[in-house]
Design a protein around this ligand. Structure first.
Ligand code: OAD
Length: 241
């Protein structure tokens, strides 16, 4: 383990541009459920086709609205964990840095990261389907309609079958193509396009580090993989940098 930290330190000190990609695993130690972990993953219990597509919302707005309200209420009770704080420190220690997060929970911002893109949106933000209106945390227990166009107000997150926000994606590509070290943290690496980001960085010459509870689809391509809880590993890494 010590040798791995030492190697990461060398590469980090040399690096001009650092990119971190995070997935649900980074928030697991805060008490936010992941999607695909056996037993505790949301998609182990719920069907994403009934809850996380635009068609699902139009079919049953009340169900989807309630499910998002439930997740929003849960997220508002939790706090960033040592892994989030370590990534905020990593930003401060880096010459140039971008955090690309798939998470919608806002915990990275709360921990202090400023240079970040939320490529799957944010669960506390809502908008009309036609983008007439944006709002934070609507209080209503039931779905509401846009005052301007009459269409539904929906969570400002990316659902299955939808495009990612263009500006967030452009910025991600710019950094991924130029980074010297890339950290993939707490993501299973199955949802595109984020799943390709580590490989894109590696192809452009970046040193690829993975931190995850267990091996993933990304592991075959990494220069270093460290398996364990991201909060614990990242705290130790920061101490050594
Ligand atoms: P997944 O649930 O697919 O994967 C979570 C990963 O985190 C797994 O590889 C776990 O092994 C790992 N993990 C769990 N606890 C951990 C811990 N304490 N420390 C380190 N690693 C840990 O979540 P994502 O990869 O984020 O999309 O999923 C990607 C996207 O699929 C999500 O953004 C979401 C979902 O559908 C949308 O909602 C659009």
């Amino acid at each position: 383990m010590q040798e791995k930290f030492q190697k990461i330190k060398e590469k980090f000190i040399e690096a001009k541009v650092v990119v971190v990609l995070t997935g649900a695993g980074i928030s697991a130690e805060s008490g936010v459920p992941t999607f695909r972990d056996a037993m505790s993953g949301l998609w182990e219990k719920f069907n994403p086709q009934e809850l996380a597509t635009p068609q699902a919302f139009r079919r049953n707005p009340e169900l989807v609205w309630k499910w998002y309200k439930y997740r929003r209420d849960l997220i508002q009770k939790v706090k960033p964990n040592p892994g989030h704080y370590a990534i905020a420190t990593l930003e401060k220690l880096s010459k140039d840095f971008l955090l690309v997060t798939q998470n919608v929970d806002g915990l990275h911002k709360e921990a202090g990261n400023k240079k970040l893109v939320e490529i799957h949106g944010n669960i506390t933000r809502y908008r009309c389907f036609n983008n007439c209106i944006f709002m934070d945390n609507p209080k209503s227990e039931l779905p509401i309609r846009c005052e301007k166009c009459g269409d539904w107000i929906r969570p400002d997150v990316v659902w299955f079958g939808e495009n990612l926000p263009e500006d967030a994606l452009d910025k991600s590509f710019k950094y991924i193509n130029n980074c010297n070290i890339f950290f993939s943290i707490g993501t299973s690496g199955v949802v595109q396009p984020a799943a390709s980001f580590p490989l894109m960085a590696k192809e452009k010459g970046a040193f690829l580090v993975e931190i995850n509870l267990e091996p993933t689809l990304i592991s075959a391509y990494t220069d270093i993989s460290i398996y364990g809880k991201s909060g614990v590993i990242l705290s130790e890494l920061i101490k050594q940098l």
